[in-house]
Write a protein that binds this ligand. Structure first.
Ligand code: CP
Ligand code: NVA
Length: 304
């Protein structure tokens, strides 16, 4: 395995299979307290969208590593007044040790990464959410004692979560099924990329048939029907996505030991019912906690 030190993580596919497996193992060791690495560095958080989990878990991860965090809210930096991203990147990289960015266009994230020598981490773009998927895979691994012979079915919008799950599951050999309505399926180039990574060793299925996709799955996963920046489309999307709700009927089709995942925040009664979200098969709170452990492992590795 190549060193992760200094690595940008802009996409789930910036990590190899062995690196993801290493990070999951490292996360578990930190979570159990078996190892407590120190990394007294400074992480900048440049977030152009709201965040609870990502912001707080990155911050606490840095504090627990003996480091610090600076909140680079666009409204309180010159970013909000239009200072060009390449200029911002070249300045920030002279102060900070790493930068976690939440923004709209993947191209903006790439621009910053191309102009900063420090590691840049995707903390969510419209295209991907790789840090969430590290936590999701950790939750899956903890729930089943490993990642072998598992199928994860993602139901709903073929969005950033669907994209990073496609790539992440393909990397670790988990079968991935995406059930999404026509017009809202994941980007074909990401599906092809996931198929290339899976290389026929695990399943990559894109379908509109939500019930068929759920049958026998070990994890049912969903996300909001309208992501940040798509609020105006929410009402139009609602009837289209209604058949893609995770409810008791859909869960009944999954493996009897199936777990339910959601990156959160959840819209109860829309993409998931309260009964399922709060039910015995839900692992959403463990999943949210795992953001901290997975990102701590990632930070300790890229800042080593
Ligand atoms: N799941 C997730 O990224 O949550 P936040 O938007 O609260 O960071
Ligand atoms: N798809 C959602 C994920 C939020 C964590 C969004 O981009 O808003």
């Amino acid at each position: 395995m190549e060193s992760l030190c200094g690595r940008d993580v802009l996409s789930m596919a910036d990590l190899s299979r062995s690196e993801v497996l290493y990070l999951l193992d490292f996360s578990s060791q930190m979570k159990s307290g078996a190892i407590t690495p120190r990394c007294p560095k400074v992480l900048g958080l440049l977030f152009q969208k709201a965040s609870t989990r990502t912001r707080v878990s990155f911050s606490v991860a840095m504090y627990q590593l003996g480091g610090n965090v600076i909140d680079l809210n666009p409204q309180s930096t010159q970013v909000g007044r239009g200072e060009p991203l390449p200029d911002t990147a070249r300045v920030l990289d002279r102060y900070l040790d790493a930068l976690a960015i939440r923004t709209f266009a993947q191209a903006d994230l790439e621009t910053i990464a191309n102009h900063a020598r420090i590691p840049v981490i995707n903390a969510l773009t419209d295209r991907e959410h790789p840090c969430q998927v590290l936590a999701d895979l950790l939750t899956l691994k903890e729930s089943f004692g490993g990642l072998e012979d598992l199928t994860l079915t993602y139901v709903g919008d073929g969005n950033n979560m669907a994209h990073s799950l496609l790539l992440g599951c393909a990397l670790v050999g988990v079968n991935i099924r995406i059930a999404a309505p026509v017009g809202y399926q994941p980007l074909p180039e990401i599906v092809s990329q996931a198929e290339g990574i899976a290389a026929g060793k695990s399943e990559v299925v894109i379908t509109t048939d939500v019930k068929a996709a759920a049958v026998g799955s070990h994890a049912l996963y969903t996300d909001v029907w309208a992501s940040m920046g798509q609020e105006d489309e929410a009402a139009d999307r609602m009837p289209l996505f209604q058949p893609y709700q995770i409810n008791d009927e859909l869960l009944e089709l999954a493996n009897p030991n199936a777990i339910v995942l959601h990156c959160l925040p959840a819209h109860r009664g829309e993409e998931i019912t309260t009964a399922v979200l709060e039910g015995p098969q839900s692992r959403v709170w463990e999943e949210a906690e795992n953001r901290l452990h997975a990102q701590k492992a990632l930070l300790a590795s890229i800042l080593a």
